[in-house]
Design a protein around this ligand. Structure first.
Ligand SMILES: [Fe+2]
Length: 592
């Protein structure tokens, strides 16, 4: 007893009068109890740090992206832990099968900046959503389609960019009627080998995120839905084959299908539109359809994925199947105007030797529209320089060094500093085009990257010609260099960022750096998710819900979500409801 008394006294003496912040776990601290609710977006009150959206063009992020992509390409197989999940239990979630009707939400690409992520979480959490045409109730099941965190998975990143905002949006006490949440990993969840993902979503016991229960046990899952509907979520990354435990899991489920059962398949990527750049991407999905689904007699009615940050739907006149990409959960909006009007599935570019019969699909709808997407692309000049201050500063430094290299007393056009700086600029531009453009083609990115580099060199020469007419060069050393840093750097940085914007706008027409044209702008609006309804008669309706403008101003409130938008967000249907006839009569299945 004495030692304990003693140590207690010492602690009292030496402990400074600090405010004790309660630990983040257990997550019951977020539930709707008598605990004090946050009154502002303060990390100490929230228990997490609201993050800005990822600045994809910041120099450190560009370098990290390059390294990560190279690492994943070379060592991705070492990170693949799917076989290890054999140690985790499997389960078919069939608790929904006996329900008369069921609502399911699908959202993907969501763990980014607080405003966009929380805006969407807030909409998902509300009792009902007024879409203008009809009110749709909150879903019984929420499926997260991938990329629950950006840019790299870790426990802290999940807390700040996903878990915290979702808990704040839905801080309900758990009950028997609590909705369920399931998550499929996207490529960003995979960057740590799925470690943080499995800790978050595949925990044992009564785990939950806010008021959503999280009953999944592995990174893939199967839901038995009412009226002979199923939802199978495949953990199929890029060109990787499905692992044996996963295949066996789904084969076992398919063996229980009855002819005419109808299936929704969720995958991390819309491989049906990605084979031009990645010829093998569709092979895994096609193998699954041929070897698991076709022999079962069940019909795949919908394939849904995220990964591309927009909404698109392809339909076929010959097959009652819809191919939907809906990646509008929070990350920057991506272009839709480059999507092909018609695709062949399995794609022409697929290199698999055996494949399913090919079917043509037409692009039925996009959100944002192609027209809007083009218009957004042209906004790069107004957004890129200001939303990427690190990138603009980097360009300013590069051009200032180029200017200083051009300045030599002898007026020579070739010196070692000039050679070095020209080489650096050319190499950076070629890497930007070739290294960041997905796909097989190399010549076009190389050519465009080279031309981009030449444009920067000419820009540097022009800057030097103007600079030498100014009085700074006559100053005493080091004032010429100092004045270049103070005066030339910021002007050159912004002007060079505008030159990069022009390059991106042109290059995107050749399918080069299309992603950077939109990632650099960080457009947080035009978000979307799917709300699906299996009606009492077995009809499946899919509603695509879009938000043209997210909220960026929040007001704390005494009940329900911790914060509400200062101005109400307007959710609307961005596509006609897609309707599938009940499974009981598959031959009559129709799609509108
Ligand atoms: Fe994503």
């Amino acid at each position: 007893m004495r030692p304990r008394d003693c140590s207690h006294r010492v602690l009292q003496l030496v402990s400074p009068p600090v405010t004790v912040i309660p630990p983040r776990e257990p997550s019951d601290t977020y539930l709707d109890t008598s605990r004090r609710r946050p009154s502002r977006l303060d990390p100490e009150e929230l228990g997490f740090t609201p993050r800005r959206q990822v600045a994809w063009l910041s120099p450190t992020q560009l370098a990290a992206t390059g390294i990560r992509v190279a690492f994943a390409a070379q060592f991705g197989a070492y990170l693949d832990k799917r076989e290890l999940q054999l140690a985790l239990p499997t389960q078919v979630h069939d608790e929904y099968a006996a329900k008369d009707e069921l609502w399911i939400d699908y959202i993907a690409d969501l763990g980014d900046g607080f405003d966009a992520t929380y805006s969407m979480a807030y909409l998902l959490a509300q009792d009902q959503l007024d879409t203008g045409e009809r009110a749709l109730p909150r879903a019984d099941v929420l499926v997260l389609g991938g990329d629950q965190v950006y840019p790299t998975a870790s426990g802290a990143a999940y807390e700040d960019r996903f878990e915290g905002p979702y808990k704040a949006a839905f801080p309900k006490a758990l009950s028997d009627t609590s909705p369920h949440m399931f998550a499929l990993p996207g490529n960003h969840d995979w960057y740590d080998g799925l470690t943080a993902f499995l800790r978050l979503f595949a925990r044992r016991g009564d785990s939950h995120i806010g008021g959503w229960k999280t009953p999944q046990t592995r990174s893939y899952f199967a839901l038995k839905l009412p009226h002979r509907w199923w939802l199978l979520a495949l953990d199929a990354q890029g060109e990787a084959y499905l692992d044996d435990p996963q295949l066996e899991f789904f084969k076992g489920i398919a063996a229980t299908f009855e002819a005419g059962d109808r299936v929704i398949i969720a995958t991390p990527q819309p491989s049906w539109v990605q084979t031009e750049a990645h010829p093998r991407y569709y092979d895994t999905l096609d193998y699954f359809l041929r070897t698991v689904m076709d022999p079962s007699g069940a019909e795949v009615a919908v394939m849904v994925s995220g990964d591309l940050h927009h909404y698109s739907r392809y339909s076929s006149p010959n097959l009652p199947r819809q191919l939907i990409n809906c990646g509008g959960g929070g990350a920057y909006t991506a272009a839709t105007h480059h999507l092909p009007e018609e695709i062949t599935v399995p794609p022409k570019h697929s290199v698999t030797r055996r494949a399913s019969p090919q079917t043509k699909y037409r692009l039925a709808k996009t959100y944002p529209s192609k027209m809007r997407s083009k218009w957004l692309g042209s906004g790069v000049f107004g957004r890129l320089p200001w939303r990427n201050p690190g990138f603009t500063t980097f360009l300013g430094i590069l051009h200032t060094m180029l200017l200083l290299a051009f300045q030599n007393e002898a007026g020579r056009i070739l010196t070692i500093p000039i050679f070095l700086m020209v080489s650096v600029v050319m190499a950076a531009c070629v890497f930007f085009a070739v290294g960041l453009t997905e796909g097989q083609q190399r010549f076009v990115p190389f050519l465009l990257g080279g031309l981009h580099g030449v444009a920067h060199i000419l820009f540097g020469v022009g800057g030097w010609l103007i600079w030498r007419e100014l009085p700074f060069r006559d100053l005493k050393w080091p004032l010429p260099a100092l004045s270049a840093v103070v005066v030339y750097l910021p002007v050159a940085g912004v002007a060079a960022a505008l030159l990069v914007s022009l390059y991106l706008l042109i290059a995107a027409n050749f399918k080069v750096n299309v992603n950077e044209l939109f990632a650099g702008q960080g457009i947080e609006d035009f978000k979307s998710f799917l709300r699906m309804h299996i009606a009492p008669d077995g009809t499946l309706n899919i509603y695509a819900i879009g938000v043209d403008k997210i909220s960026k101003r929040w007001v704390s409130q005494p009940a329900d979500s911790w914060f509400r938008p200062k101005e109400p967000m307007k959710a609307r249907l961005v596509d006609d409801p897609v309707v599938f006839a009940p499974a009981a009569a598959p031959s009559d299945a129709s799609v509108s």
